[in-house]
Design a protein around this ligand. Structure first.
Ligand code: SAH
Ligand code: SF4
Ligand code: F3S
Length: 463
């Protein structure tokens, strides 16, 4: 099918792109972290600029793309199940091209090309500009591959096609890759070395979002505290706190969030900038992983539990109203029962508002896979995970009880899943609040008094 080059690169929103019979149609499915969501938006933008339209149904598409995640074995298995489905779709329509993009493309490369007949295209996270050419190449019957990682690519000049559901909140990628080499983690291999994006291009992107009516941005990177940009021939250096400061100052009506902070790098300066600006949300995601120093060292996390406690104390001192969330990995190589208990007691001490909790999943090629034994039995991992989840449920509930009778400013994101008469939104602390809709609509900000809670949300009344 012939491609017609579109004129606009002010890419807009996926909901406004209608499938066009005269243009090839692309269907995209996204797994993994926020970074992948932001990347899918870049991918769509590149394709729309090259004459593609969007399909919301894989069976109606000319090209199916699946943006993949390798972080745990389970994430990869989910993608293989989707590939089985696409294989069945292709049996009815052999002209459909299927592309695997993202972290699995990078990690499994030729394996995907050679062992999976359904896969026509394999493209790693730094090669998306080459997508139109590679799709053309695959169209001639050859399999097309590009998994080169880059030291510079940040897609800074590309206006993403937004895929959020609410037209209120958006992600902005401020850096790519990671230099930390935590021993369990596949990300440095799938996404390459760390590089930061030009602050001017970030400012421009936020500005475009404001013009399109967005009210909140989340700045994303694997380790935002190591954001660094050199300007003026290297004479001026912009750090993450500098970037936050610039954005908060320039866009007082835009709420700003960020993720992820690294405990070894989170400086007081970032906390001070957060305290100075109302529009920077009071929430920090600070992955702990383990509460035991021997395990933290084996993980190469670069901090001790004492250091982590120091960072939490700094947050509580400088930002008394700040919520704190975390990531935990349980059952890492050689973790003992005592060491697991240290994780539980540190979680209890911090009193997290929220946590993502995982069983350790060995990733081929990582340092842990090469040098350490994945020797905690599956049933022990499961039992420890259950204990961690049960503790976190208790901590989340406690945090919610503390919020009762308080009044919070809420940015409305949409209609509640449970009732059309209710809306939901988030507080600065990233807590979800459900309340009667009255005349409010998505994008509004209002004050809500919290009067009840469920296990996942706060309930309240507008005041
Ligand atoms: N860059 C971020 C998050 C990376 S991935 C950070 O450093 O915090 C998100 C989370 O997945 C990690 O924080 C970790 O808790 C978890 N994770 C990463 N690799 C894992 C593995 N091999 N097994 C289980 N969980 C893992
Ligand atoms: Fe992975 Fe560690 Fe980098 Fe996070 S900081 S992406 S856990 S290597
Ligand atoms: Fe997964 Fe890649 Fe993100 S491995 S968590 S999609 S960086």
């Amino acid at each position: 099918m012939k491609r017609i080059n579109n004129i606009s690169s002010q890419a807009g929103h996926i909901a406004d792109l209608v499938p066009d019979q005269n243009q090839p149609r692309v269907y995209i499915e996204t797994y993994g972290c926020q970074m992948n969501v932001a990347d899918s938006e870049v991918v769509l933008s590149i394709l729309v600029d090259n004459g593609y339209s969007v399909s919301h149904d894989p069976e109606q598409a000319d090209v199916i793309l699946i943006n993949t995640c390798s972080i745990r074995d389970k994430a990869e298995r989910k993608v293989f199940r989707r590939l089985d489905l696409f294989d069945r779709i292709k049996k009815n329509n052999p002209d459909i091209l299927v592309g695997v993009i993202g972290c699995m493309a990078e990690r499994l490369k030729e394996q995907l090309v050679n062992n999976y007949r359904v896969v026509d295209i394999v493209i790693g996270p730094d090669a998306y500009r080459k997508l139109p050419e590679l799709i053309d190449e695959a169209g001639t019957g050859q399999k097309a591959v590009n998994v080169l990682l880059s030291r510079e690519e940040t897609y800074a000049d590309i206006s993403p096609v937004r895929m959020d559901k609410n037209h209120v909140t958006a992600f902005i990628s401020i850096m790519r890759g990671c230099n930390n080499m935590c021993t369990y983690c596949v990300v440095p291999y799938t996404r390459g070395g760390e590089r930061s994006r030009d602050p001017q291009s970030i400012l421009r992107e936020v500005d475009n979002l404001i013009k399109s009516g967005y009210k909140e941005v989340t700045l994303i990177g694997q380790n935002v505290d190591s954001y660094k940009w050199k300007e003026n021939g290297g004479n001026i250096e912009v750090s993450f706190s500098g970037l936050l400061n610039k954005l908060a100052e320039a866009m007082p009506d835009m709420r700003i969030r960020f993720s992820t902070s690294h405990p070894k790098d989170l400086p007081d300066e970032v906390l001070s900038v957060m305290s100075r600006y109302n529009n920077i949300c009071k929430h920090i995601h600070l992955p702990l992983q383990s509460g035991n120093n021997r395990i933290l060292d084996l993980m190469n996390r670069g901090y001790t539990s004492e250091w982590y406690i120091g960072r939490i104390n700094a947050i509580k001192r400088i930002l008394p109203d700040c919520s704190i969330s975390t990531d935990i990995i349980t059952g890492f190589c050689s973790e003992t029962e005592e060491e697991h208990k240290e994780t539980l007691s540190l979680m209890e001490w911090v009193g997290y508002d929220f946590a993502y909790m995982f069983k350790y999943s060995e990733r081929p090629g990582t340092k842990a896979a090469r040098k350490l034994k994945d020797d905690v039995p599956e049933e022990v991992k499961s039992r420890r995970l259950t204990e961690i989840i049960e503790l976190q449920n208790k901590l989340s509930h406690k945090a919610k009880i503390k919020d009762l009778n308080r009044v919070y400013e809420v940015l409305v994101e949409g209609v509640s899943k449970k009732s059309d008469n209710d809306l939901f939104g988030r507080t600065s602390q990233n807590k979800v609040v459900v309340f009667p809709a009255r005349n409010y609509k998505p994008g509004d900000t209002l004050k809500v008094r919290i009067n009840n809670c469920t296990s996942a949300t706060l309930l309240g009344e507008p005041v």
